[in-house]
Design a protein around this ligand. Sequence first.
Ligand SMILES: Nc1ncnc2c1ncn2[C@@H]1O[C@H](COP(=O)(O)OP(=O)(O)OP(=O)(O)O)[C@@H](O)[C@H]1O
Ligand SMILES: [Mg+2]
Length: 285
Amino acid sequence: MSIEVKDISYTYMTKTPFERQALRNVTVTIEKGEFVAIIGHTGSGKSTLAEHLNGLLTPSTGTVCVDGVNLNGKGDKVRSAKHKVGIVFQYPEHQLFAETIYEDIAFGPRNSGKSEEEVEKQVRKAMGFVGLDYDAFSTRSPFQLSGGQMRRVAIAGVIAMDPEYLIMDEPSAGLDPISRDAIFAQLSTVFKERDIAVILITHSMEEAAQYASRLLVMAKGQIAIDGKTELVFKEQRERLQEVGVDIPESIKITDLLCEKGLKLEKQAITKEQLVQYIKKAKGWS
Ligand SMILES: Nc1ncnc2c1ncn2[C@@H]1O[C@H](COP(=O)(O)OP(=O)(O)OP(=O)(O)O)[C@@H](O)[C@H]1O
Ligand SMILES: [Mg+2]
């Protein structure tokens, strides 16, 4: 079970003076059960790739298949393949549309034919997931919220659909650190409990290092690097620099400590590893 992207290219506004090729011959397969982070310089094509994964955009050439079904087609099979893929958009206001938060989050589950009782259950669960109080928020308009609250409603709307492939395009933008950590903790639980795939687009190398086991690094509409997170950050530093991508702070601190004479047993890519290796090097544990 996977999303299989085969040799896709995509050009915006073809045959106009604003024509812009955003994807060039991208091939990648993401299996259920994987937690993948897509990173890359601004404008490298991350959101454009994401919008191909549930058929929102149709590739100019190439194919996208979800569990073996080509999304560039019609009929129930294609519709249900698209429904397996949930996207939290980069800009939450692009996602919200209903008069109340309840109606907005209820749209997905209701569309998939659930009873009203089940729909309400899903809405309550999804609001709990993102830390929005049901009684205080369900009847409010999604358009009278702060950016961070809108982001939470947008995430809840996608979570309520129980997607099998969950794509989140910079989900933590606009969230305060406490809400961000709470949402990621919930996400990690769902990821572990159910065999879903999570595709996280982020500019935070810390988020990528902490949660994703695989990294796709995009540059100029192509996948420049595809590999295990730890190996990419440790072994491809020059290439990352070339394509304008940073490395996690923990690696930089490991280097600094080494310069100052404290040699850690390994390079730490997360805060937790850094603490653990420092303790070991200092004989504190
Ligand atoms: N609606 C559009 N019309 C025309 N060009 C677009 C459109 N959306 C994106 N592009 C162009 O396509 C390229 C890829 O954009 P995309 O939004 O996929 O990048 P991104 O990696 O998600 O960037 P960011 O990190 O800033 O979100 C860019 O050159 C961008 O200018
Ligand atoms: Mg983007």
